[in-house]
Design a protein around this ligand. Structure first.
Ligand SMILES: Nc1ncnc2c1ncn2[C@@H]1O[C@H](COP(=O)(O)OP(=O)(O)OP(=O)(O)O)[C@@H](O)[C@H]1O
Length: 605
């Protein structure tokens, strides 16, 4: 009897606890209350059924001293206890519901004490929303330009590299022939005074650069860690004082890749056959007779290598901003084209060398947007914020498409011999701009009075159902966001199979998508052209930069289809989010009087 009263007492305590917990509503959830009630009721009824079936009541209340008789004595008492417990349970449940703390077990999974496996487990649990959220975060952190790989690179790989790689001083080098001189420095062929200082040391290239050299060292180190085969093999960068000149000099050292850039090779009358020879070796050149088909194959090989290097650079968050044949060098060792001169590059992972309104690009190869990011995007915020926002800004601005435009112009130059000279390219740029950056319209113009070079170029582009022409159009679109990315370009049927006719189903689908966006582009061009007729400078009838800026902000006229309206709404929301982020960052920076953090400070000390 004492045991039975104990049971009722415990039940009461549990019920009261439930009431207290729920009424405080902070430390205990309704789950605990409900669960204690369920436990209590369940324990009691299991005890009750055992007694009714004449089994021993040991366990929960201890061994029965009275055998069957004792059980019977208990029986009447327990009936009353049961009613009491039920009343308490009912009371505290109604009180809980009245207080309204937490979710009831009809909504929330509380489980059943008899079937313990149905009780929610304590500690770490995998739930579908949890998995979805984790996947979302991982996708964000790994999407271009890669926040997570960036942290790994900056805090693990970079310090390790500093520890392990050999470092040099200027006394270690013997400078030789001057290879070039630009606005930012002078480049020499060089060698090591002691060849044992570097494994497999051969000829080297040394660039003595002004203050911009710090950025170039940063970019080259990043590239060496992330995609070393896409650019010239960087050895070391360091700061040296120069007693003859004001200020210090940055010394940048690369392995000597070879004597010819793509510009040198293109200047040769035998182009592109001269490239085939250096790429494949005299013994392995194509059996095809010289002509458009063979040239197309060689040009395709070169374009694939350029786009592949660009893709690797972009995947790590670097936009080169100065892609031109002079900055693409043929590596004698690896027999591929590599990119050089990262002095104008921008690392959009952390915002280094990125100034939205900066204008230091080669106008011959620069995309019409001139800037890699919207001019409304603020200068790089503090590095952590920049890193965390970088995927959003990348997806909104498509800064990598800037380089793709430049690569598209190189494609044109390789195909049309008359565009290889500076004057030829400048003429093309003028015509292209006047035609509203519509390559089809430019084609109509030049085909109306074609010369030998133009005919030859279009013969190449029209091979295999015009697959090269399709790719070229996608690369030189006016709108950066409609331009193809280096990655998508590499999957274009031009590279994947022998032309349009040999395309697989998936490739054709991809091509349809490219064509659909091209159609949208044509509508934009028509719209731009109609505006062009009404505006422009008085003399030339073209756009001023300010007008172009305004035009870029406007939307083309909408047609009423559901798809188009949905797309337009999505774009509007995207733009609004972009502006809000931009203005918030600017405000924070203004409020705190923040200065831009230069991560290359370590070379300035
Ligand atoms: N790794 C290398 N191997 C062989 N030659 C190289 C290498 N790097 C640079 N060069 C040569 O040096 C020249 C100048 O290099 P780079 O373009 O980097 O210098 P720059 O001062 O930025 O010149 P510019 O301002 O004219 O672009 C190149 O055109 C190329 O011929």
């Amino acid at each position: 009897m004492a045991d039975a009263s104990m049971a009722c007492f415990s039940g009461g305590i549990a019920s009261l606890q439930g009431l207290l917990c729920s009424s405080r509503g902070r430390s205990c959830s309704q789950y605990n209350v409900e669960n204690s009630a369920v436990k209590l009721r369940s324990k009691f009824w299991s005890f009750w059924s055992r007694i009714e079936h004449g089994r021993s009541a040991d366990g929960w209340l201890g061994k029965s001293p009275g055998g069957r008789g004792g059980g019977t004595t208990r029986l009447g008492f327990c009936r009353c206890q049961a009613a009491g417990i039920e009343a308490l349970v009912a009371l505290h449940q109604s009180a809980v519901l009245g207080v309204g703390v937490g979710l009831p077990c009809t909504v929330m999974e509380c489980g059943d004490v008899v079937y313990r496996s149905t009780l929610p487990q304590q500690g770490f649990q995998i739930t579908p929303p949890g998995v979805a959220l984790t996947l979302l975060i991982v996708a964000y952190l790994w999407s271009t330009p890669g926040v997570a790989p960036g942290f790994w690179d900056m805090f693990v790989l970079a310090p390790l590299e500093q520890l392990l790689r050999p470092s040099f001083r200027k006394e270690d080098f013997v400078l030789g022939k001057k290879l070039g001189e630009g606005a930012f420095g002078t480049v020499y062929k060089a060698s090591l005074s002691n060849p044992n200082l570097l494994k497999n040391s051969g000829p080297l290239v040394v660039k003595k650069a002004n203050e911009y050299g710090a950025v170039e060292v940063w970019m080259n180190e990043r590239v060496r860690r992330a995609c070393r085969n896409s650019c010239a093999d960087f050895v070391h960068g360091f700061l040296e004082s120069n007693p003859n000149k004001k200020g210090d000099e940055f010394w940048l050292v690369w392995r000597y890749e070879g004597k010819e850039t793509l510009a040198d090779l293109m200047a040769n009358k035998d182009f592109p056959y001269n490239v085939e020879e250096v790429m494949l070796g005299m013994a392995n050149v194509d059996d095809l007779p010289k002509g458009p088909e063979r040239e197309n194959r060689i040009i395709g090989r070169i374009m694939r290598q350029i786009l592949n290097s660009l893709y690797q650079l972009h995947a790590t968050g670097i936009v080169h901003r100065d892609i031109k044949p002079q900055n693409i060098i043929f590596s004698d060792d690896s027999k591929v084209f590599k990119i050089i001169d990262l002095g104008a590059a921008a690392d959009l992972r952390v915002g280094i060398n990125y100034a939205p309104k900066e204008f230091l690009l080669d106008p011959r190869y620069a995309a019409p947007e001139q800037y890699i990011m919207s001019t409304q995007t603020p200068s790089a915020p503090p590095v952590l914020v920049a890193a965390l926002l970088s995927p959003v800004l990348w997806q909104m601005n498509f800064p990598d498409h800037f380089d793709v435009y430049s690569a598209g112009l190189i494609f044109l130059q390789m195909v049309f011999p008359n565009l290889r000279s500076d004057s030829g390219l400048i003429t093309f740029n003028r015509q292209f701009k006047r035609r509203g950056y519509d390559i089809k319209s430019w084609r109509e113009l030049v085909e109306s009075k074609p010369n030998q070079d133009i005919r030859h170029g279009f013969e190449i582009l029209d091979l295999d159902g015009g697959v090269a022409w399709e790719l070229l159009q996608a690369m030189v679109r006016f709108e950066g966001r409609q331009r193809i990315s280096a990655r998508t370009a590499l999957a274009h049927p031009y590279f994947v199979r022998a032309g349009l006719l040999g395309s697989s189903f998936m490739q054709r689908m991809r091509l349809q998508i490219i064509r659909a966006t091209q159609q949208e582009r044509s509508e934009n061009v028509t719209w731009v052209s109609s505006l062009m007729a009404k505006s422009g400078t008085k003399n030339a009838g073209g756009f001023t930069e300010a007008q172009l800026e305004k035009l870029r902000e406007k939307e083309p006229k909408q047609k009423g289809s559901i798809q188009r309206n949905a797309l337009a709404s999505a774009l509007r929301v995207k733009r609004k989010v972009s502006r809000t982020i931009d203005s918030t960052i600017t405000d924070i920076q203004k409020e705190r009087g923040m200065k831009r953090v230069n991560w290359w400070n370590r070379w300035e000390t």
